[in-house]
Design a protein around this ligand. Structure first.
Ligand SMILES: Cc1cc2nc3c(=O)[nH]c(=O)nc-3n(C[C@H](O)[C@H](O)[C@H](O)COP(=O)(O)O)c2cc1C
Ligand code: SF4
Length: 466
């Protein structure tokens, strides 16, 4: 869409409720430039870099040169909030791929240096690290664990899932209560190491179908970690209380899939279809058309987190594995996805609306919103409107930072956007790692388009098209 009016017409015709400002405010009055303060933490502006793994750590779980380059790019983005960098496994069996970072006593020094490189790059570009807050996302990949070379699935699940279990022909293994107890201790140990490594906060990841998120919907699980809401949040609550006791001074945030859907799959003709799931009770926040209702689960959790003093929330939705169009709206699906079943702007609008509703209902919590990259040149205009109307505290950006790291700085300094650098949601940054290649923006970042993996990726996409 070439003009704000053209986009508005398209939105109205498509019945997509999304608002934008036609013009960006000057740097001195831009809502993106307003500092944010909460619980004593100062954040210098309202751009947030969302966590994004690169599948490029060493086999031991340490950052590689590629990881360091990505984190330096996060630093030069100009965003003052770095929500987690990327998912870092608290132990080896929780890696989503054999190259995911792991936080352990052995890797903690390298993680501290990784954070330092981000901060140094930021200081080089902007003269100071004032107002820069860097967190680390802690995870266990649970059902989607692929920890060993070759990347074969080794799913560790919270409960047997009537649809998703079928996607693992070799079977899944149910984690026992005692194993979950040990995992709580692993998260707490990792939090302590993150604090020692200089991170300002950890995100106790509860999104995208990984273990923390799956536990939230473990209604059919017997025992201490399943059934009642209290039991389903035990894992999170115990990690929080462990961190409070053993990592004093560390901030705690939660990245949450605020709503979900039944799993989707690809039809033989490439279209996306929801899996028939009568009486589905495996979603945390089942969205079936009524977003207000779908958010009831999130509301209950936010009340509980608030009472625990956890007030930094990064909102996302669904899972990249079973409903990618909900989680990261895109025009071009990744290799394991399906053709978009809706205008991707609908997916963007849904996540923005979810954040707006929750921010209105929980005004004293801090919310980062996600899924803005598909807006492309209109990202700043929509983000500015959201901030101006107080519908989120931070505009979180993921893929756009891979394609165009300096976008936040350009907006903050009033420079025109570099159109050629804008993420066009080709999904290569997801297709590559799904096929064992490092993740990066192959189409738009010359650093990746010139790598040998780009040739492999090109061949792979040709085969898939054929
Ligand atoms: C290559 C890639 C890796 C990602 N890795 C993570 C991750 O480690 N942790 C996480 O919470 N989300 C991850 N995400 C999701 C993003 O944080 C974000 O929610 C999503 O891309 C939608 O935001 P966007 O429209 O700005 O890209 C990843 C996304 C991409 C494209
Ligand atoms: S590969 Fe680049 S253009 Fe494509 S979705 Fe990822 S960041 Fe965007």
């Amino acid at each position: 869409m070439k003009t704000a009016d053209a986009l508005r017409v398209h939105l109205a015709q498509s019945r997509i409720a999304l608002e934008l400002d036609a013009d960006l405010q000057s740097p001195s009055s831009s809502p993106f430039a307003h500092p944010f303060e909460m619980n004593g933490a100062q954040v210098g502006n309202r751009f947030c870099v969302l966590p994004m793994e690169g599948w490029d750590g060493t086999p031991e779980g340490e950052p590689s040169d590629l990881t360091r380059r990505r984190w330096r790019n996060f630093g030069i983005s100009g965003a003052k909030l770095i929500w987690g960098g990327e998912a870092v496994a608290v132990r080896c069996d929780g890696r989503a791929n054999p190259n995911q970072l792991v936080l352990s006593e052995k890797t903690a020094g390298a993680m501290a240096r990784l954070r330092q490189e981000l901060v140094a790059a930021h200081v080089d570009h902007f003269g100071s690290d004032r107002g820069l807050l860097v967190g680390l996302q802690l995870t266990h990949s649970g059902r989607f664990a692929r920890p060993h070379a070759g990347g074969r699935p080794e799913p560790l699940v919270a409960y047997h899932h009537p649809v998703l279990d079928r996607r693992f022909p070799a079977g899944v293994r149910l984690l026992s209560d005692e194993e979950l107890d040990r995992l709580v201790a692993d998260f707490v140990r990792a939090g302590r190491l993150a604090l020692e490594a200089g991170f300002g906060f950890v995100d106790v990841k509860h999104c995208h179908g990984y273990l923390g998120h799956e536990l939230l919907s473990a209604r059919t699980r017997p025992g201490r970690y399943g059934g009642s809401f209290d039991n389903r949040t035990r894992f999170l609550r115990e990690i929080v209380s462990g961190l409070r006791a053993e990592a004093k001074g560390l901030g705690i945030g939660v990245r949450l899939s605020a709503f979900d859907t039944v799993p989707w799959r690809k039809d033989p003709d490439g279209a996306g279809q929801p899996e028939p799931s009568p009486g589905y009770e495996c979603a945390f926040g089942l969205f079936e058309g009524d977003l207000g209702r779908a958010l009831d689960d999130a509301r209950e959790l936010l009340r509980r987190l608030d009472s625990l003093g956890v007030r930094w929330i990064c909102l996302t939705a669904g899972s990249p594995y079973y409903n990618p169009h909900v989680q990261r709206p895109a025009l071009f699906p990744p290799s394991d996805g399906y053709a978009p079943p809706e205008d991707p702007l609908q997916g963007v609008a849904r996540q923005i609306e979810a954040a707006a509703r929750l921010k209105t209902e929980f005004p004293h919590l801090m919310f980062v919103g996600s899924a803005y990259s598909y807006l492309q040149e209109w990202l700043p205009n929509v983000g500015q409107r959201v901030l101006r109307e107080g519908k989120a505290d931070f505009i979180g950006i993921g893929r756009m930072v891979l394609a165009y790291p300096e976008l936040p700085a350009d907006v903050l300094e009033g420079r025109p956007l570099r159109r050629k650098s804008l993420c066009r949601t080709f999904s290569d940054c997801t297709t590559a790692p799904r096929n064992g290649l490092v993740s990066g923006c192959y189409p738009l970042d010359p650093f990746y388009s010139e790598r040998p993996e780009a040739v492999k990726l090109g061949r792979l996409k040709e085969t898939l098209r054929a």
